[in-house]
Design a protein around this ligand. Structure first.
Ligand SMILES: C[S@@+](CC[C@H](N)C(=O)[O-])C[C@H]1O[C@@H](n2cnc3c(N)ncnc32)[C@H](O)[C@@H]1O
Length: 224
């Protein structure tokens, strides 16, 4: 039997945390958005959503950049803090960096951000060009970026199949301002980073943790 995937973990996080609000970037057919529990106000953002069935969520057909430019999250969630975010949109470093910056501008102390595909399985599936069926792009670089530039941010990556689920805590508007201020320099540097930097020890460099609830639970807020 194969191990439970990132979707099982995302579902368990919804079940246990019961977030008041949930923002999902990258909806596709709704496999992750349908895991939202009753009582959670959910908004999905995707320029080309292809929902297979109606869901109890609002889906905004925009890129995440356009969504953040045109909508105020405070208004979108009627003043209720941003509890849980899942970033699974465009799988390129600079897009994920902008998503992190935009989410951080609205983050509260308990805000928990989940990042898909940041524990790549091979160099071939982690290229910036989309060449393989399973493609994780260079999302993994955001883990190194946050560790180096924002040491106050907690980032761990659960080794959940197929390519990991990151857990990011303690983003805040100050972190976003710092990252935005260095955006050009940071993008130049990380976009050009080669996969071979992970040869030095992928697990340690990407803060890998086991898919074990006893390890994961202390990383999550006790309540919202
Ligand atoms: C991997 S799929 C999402 C899968 C979904 N979260 C799930 O787990 O079932 C990625 C989605 O991101 C969307 N996407 C691409 N560029 C985007 C952007 N700039 N902003 C938001 N979503 C984007 C694509 O249209 C695609 O549907």
């Amino acid at each position: 039997m194969s191990e439970p995937s990132y979707l099982a973990l995302l579902g368990e996080i919804h079940e246990r945390l019961l977030p008041r609000t949930y923002l999902e970037i990258g909806v596709h057919e709704g496999d992750s958005l349908r895991l939202v529990r009753p009582g959670t106000r959910a908004v999905g953002v995707d320029p080309e959503p292809r929902l297979r069935e109606p869901l109890d969520a609002s889906v905004v057909a925009l890129t995440s950049d356009d969504f953040f430019a045109r909508h105020d999250l405070g208004e979108v969630f009627a003043g209720v803090p941003l509890d849980l975010v899942f970033i699974d949109g465009m799988h390129l470093f600079e897009f994920v960096l902008r998503d992190i910056i935009n989410v951080g501008r609205h983050a509260a102390p308990a805000t928990t951000v989940l990042l898909h595909d940041c524990y790549p399985i091979s160099a071939e599936t982690a290229t910036r060009e989309h060449n393989t069926y399973l493609w994780t792009g260079d999302v993994w670089k955001i883990v190194l970026c946050l560790k180096e530039l924002c040491p106050e941010v907690d980032v761990h990556v659960v080794d959940a199949p197929p390519a990991g689920l990151g857990i990011v805590r303690h983003l805040d508007p100050g972190v976003s301002e710092r990252l935005q201020g260095r955006y050009g320099e940071v993008v130049d540097r990380f976009v050009n980073m080669d996969y071979s930097v992970l040869d030095g020890g992928k697990a340690d460099l990407l803060n890998r943790i086991d898919y074990d609830w006893a390890v994961i639970e202390p990383l999550l807020p006790a309540s919202f």
